[in-house]
Design a protein around this ligand. Sequence first.
Ligand code: ZN
Length: 206
Amino acid sequence: MEERSSCRIVQADIDIKRWMTALPSVEQMRPPRCPCCDVASRPVNGPRVMRGHGLRERQVCGPLDPGDAPQQVTVRARRYRCSGCGAITLVVPRGVLRRRRYAASAIGWVLARIGLDGATTPVVRAEVCGAVIVGVAAAERWLAPSRWIEASRRGQLFPRLGRHSAESRRAHIAERTAMQLVALSPRGGAGEPAAHLAFRGAALAA
Ligand SMILES: [Zn+2]
C-alpha cells in the first residue's frame, strides 16, 4: 500500500464512488504534464511521454457518502510512467490520500464530529470504520484521530489549510480544521449538519 517516494500522486476530479462505478480509461486520466520533470505528456508532434503503466490497488476506508455505513473498498488507481525521467505517477480518485488508509472525507467527518459535535472517539470510530472491532482491538484506544490532529498541526494532513501553533490544544485543532473544511464545502441543503459539510470539504481539500 505504501508508494515509493519517487512515485507522485495526482488526484483526479472524480470521486471514489464514480471511479468505482466506471474505471476511467488510461486516456481520460493521463496527467497533462509529468509531475516530476514537468514535460508535456502528449507533445503535439511526438510520441506520448506519459504512458499507461497498469493499475495499482488501494484499500480505502470510510463511508462513500456522508452519514452512510462505513466500508472498506478497493480502488484501482491508474499508473503512468514518464519515458523522459522514468518517474511513476499514480492517479487516484479525489480524496484518496497518500499513505493513509482512510479517505480524506472520512477524516474530515471524524474531525468535525469530535471538534464540533463533541462526539466521543468510540462513537465516531463506529461511524467510519467498517471492520467489526472485537476483543483486544475493541478495548484499545483508537489512535487514528490523534495522528490526524497531529498531522494537521504540522500542516501535513491538508496542506492547503496551513498549520497550527505548537501550543494549540488538540480539541482546538480538530475544531479549527473542521471549520476550515466546512468552509471549503460546496453548500448543501439548508441545515445540513457540519459533519456532512466537512466530509465534502475534505475531499476537495486533499
Ligand atoms: Zn518525467
